[in-house]
Design a protein around this ligand. Sequence first.
Ligand SMILES: *[C@@H]1O[C@H](CO)[C@@H](O)[C@H](O)[C@H]1NC(C)=O
Ligand SMILES: *[C@@H]1O[C@H](CO)[C@@H](O)[C@H](O)[C@H]1NC(C)=O
Ligand SMILES: *[C@@H]1O[C@H](CO)[C@@H](O)[C@H](O)[C@H]1NC(C)=O
Ligand SMILES: *[C@@H]1O[C@H](CO)[C@@H](O)[C@H](O)[C@H]1NC(C)=O
Ligand SMILES: *[C@@H]1O[C@H](CO)[C@@H](O)[C@H](O)[C@H]1NC(C)=O
Ligand SMILES: *[C@@H]1O[C@H](CO)[C@@H](O)[C@H](O)[C@H]1NC(C)=O
Ligand SMILES: *[C@@H]1O[C@H](CO)[C@@H](O)[C@H](O)[C@H]1NC(C)=O
Ligand SMILES: *[C@@H]1O[C@H](CO)[C@@H](O)[C@H](O)[C@H]1NC(C)=O
Ligand SMILES: *[C@@H]1O[C@H](CO)[C@@H](O)[C@H](O)[C@H]1NC(C)=O
Ligand SMILES: *[C@@H]1O[C@H](CO)[C@@H](O)[C@H](O)[C@H]1NC(C)=O
Length: 526
Amino acid sequence: MDGVMSRDPKLGSAGSSRLEGKQLACQSSQLPLKSQQRCIVIFALVCCFAILVALIFSAVDIMGEDEDGLSEKNCQNKCRIALVENIPAGLNYSENAPFHLSLYQGWMNLLTMAQKSVDIVSSHWDLNHSHPSACQGQRLFEKLLQLTSQNIEIKLVSDVTADSKVLEALKLKGAEVTYMNMSAYNKGRLQSSFWIVDKQHVYIGSAGLDWRSLGQVARCGEKTIRLRILTLDMKMKELGVIFYNCSCLVLDLQRIFALYSSLKFKSRVPQTWSKRLYGVYDNEKKLQLQLNETKSQAFVSNSPKLFCPKNRSFDIDAIYSVIDDAKQYVYIAVMDYLPISSTSTKRTYWPDLDGKIREALVLRSVKVRLLISFWKETDPLTFNFISSLKAICTEIANCSLKVKFFDLERENACATKEEMNLTFPKLNRNKYMVTDGAAYIGNFDWVGNDFTQNAGTGLVINQADARNNMSIIKQLKDVFERDWYSPYARSLQPTKQPNCSSPSDLSPPSHKTATYNTCGKDPASV
Ligand SMILES: *[C@@H]1O[C@H](CO)[C@@H](O)[C@H](O)[C@H]1NC(C)=O
Ligand SMILES: *[C@@H]1O[C@H](CO)[C@@H](O)[C@H](O)[C@H]1NC(C)=O
Ligand SMILES: *[C@@H]1O[C@H](CO)[C@@H](O)[C@H](O)[C@H]1NC(C)=O
Ligand SMILES: *[C@@H]1O[C@H](CO)[C@@H](O)[C@H](O)[C@H]1NC(C)=O
Ligand SMILES: *[C@@H]1O[C@H](CO)[C@@H](O)[C@H](O)[C@H]1NC(C)=O
Ligand SMILES: *[C@@H]1O[C@H](CO)[C@@H](O)[C@H](O)[C@H]1NC(C)=O
Ligand SMILES: *[C@@H]1O[C@H](CO)[C@@H](O)[C@H](O)[C@H]1NC(C)=O
Ligand SMILES: *[C@@H]1O[C@H](CO)[C@@H](O)[C@H](O)[C@H]1NC(C)=O
Ligand SMILES: *[C@@H]1O[C@H](CO)[C@@H](O)[C@H](O)[C@H]1NC(C)=O
Ligand SMILES: *[C@@H]1O[C@H](CO)[C@@H](O)[C@H](O)[C@H]1NC(C)=O
């Protein structure tokens, strides 16, 4: 009962002031005993009425209107799952390296499947770029525009700082756009990237709607052109996952989407969240499901803590649970690793994930591998924290930490000017972790600010039999190992100026043949 009253302060205060009025009326009048009894009866009735109203409101709140009758009992938990990746052109993997559905194809398939609704949360909305290698982004944008005219409900969530013509154009065509002012809620940014299609299919991963995150293979036309490199343009290596026919997962993820939508036009976060936004599954109560016939468990987590209503796991706790469950190894792939949280005025040590890794290494003898991107924005302190992390294993048997830097810039540094004209700077933006029994795929790098300030969503999948070929965890491990053993991953701390004439340095892969095509009219690839 107390929960009901405190959650709805408006109702509570209106009710009590009415009651006070009655009481005052009763006391001030010099009425005989009988009418005093009547007064008490009326008072009791008013009380009952108030309680009834409160109960009805809370019941409506629990039921929720926007879940299409979807419930834990009738949702679909026999799902298909596929990894999606964007591998920028020019990345040279060995021939037998694992290869997955392209992000572009995965997204396009989702939009083609859509019959009722498309809900997208994205950190970026930069699809319609005039750059010749942006054609897949443009295709996606055209497809979204086309869907708005097909009576398909499109809901988009963006940070208020995204000043996007793409969003404005979609809004004009009837898409519902929610702008979140993350800087007002938590001094942060919206970094979440996930999709829900037809309340059935889900995408979640590192990539937002950005032409730089698309376009691994030029498929857009015939004409080959030479590029002029814009220094800010990079092609991104991305990783995500798509679930098909998985309304049980939607049931839960939809509530994070609803939480974002509930902040429309709000400049502050409400003190208490509606019950409708509580988590359905969490760390303790995981969703039981089948992923391509493999028995699995899953739940979604959220950040920042402010955005975690009851029964919604905080991202950090989700990551803790994955590391704690690991018995043999933990493989982590992130763009940035920096246990620091900084505001405009000061920087503080942020020990959460750094400490968890130390615990796993020293106290539980779990093997840890960290694959971090090395690029022009890499904070120099990263190397100090990595050295410190490595030092903890000194003279401890079975303590094993290996760190490699995924360096796609080196080849650019060593490329001749002519080669530079043909290739793009590239960056590995993967954000995942895989262990012997679980996978975590998220929107964040392992940097303090991301988890403490920004909005992001994570996904945990547990599988007991992770050695099975058809298991997503095995596939993710293979992806990690592909990158780990690739020539781009280097154990040594990379130097800012590579020695391009040294044979021990990475010889630039032969991307002399790499070409980008302009966007021709080629409906076959859609
Ligand atoms: C998309 O980009 C093209 C070419 O840059 C431009 O002509 C068109 O107006 C843009 N569309 C929108 C909706 O901004
Ligand atoms: C977002 O919130 C900040 C801080 O409250 C405010 O200064 C800013 O104007 C807001 N931005 C928009 C677009 O409303
Ligand atoms: C989803 O389920 C429907 C109906 O059961 C089926 O036709 C469709 O092929 C499934 N989609 C995928 C991607 O498995
Ligand atoms: C929330 O989680 C707690 C503990 O796991 C559980 O007892 C409770 O039933 C959950 N509440 C809802 C609404 O699922
Ligand atoms: C280290 O690992 C080996 C086998 O992997 C095992 O036999 C040994 O007991 C372990 N030592 C410690 C201190 O855990
Ligand atoms: C690079 O491309 C630009 C414009 O396409 C061209 O002017 C320049 O000569 C090229 N540079 C080299 C080294 O090929
Ligand atoms: C795994 O795949 C390989 C080849 O792709 C196959 O030879 C092997 O039998 C498969 N193992 C299982 C358990 O399916
Ligand atoms: C699951 O099945 C789909 C086809 O239905 C396939 O594309 C995907 O690769 C499979 N996923 C795994 C993890 O084997
Ligand atoms: C680069 O490597 C070459 C060959 O190993 C060596 O001769 C040269 O001195 C090195 N240059 C620098 C600046 O280290
Ligand atoms: C990739 O590298 C190998 C050797 O490192 C080379 O033989 C092969 O031609 C390269 N492939 C491409 C597409 O650059």
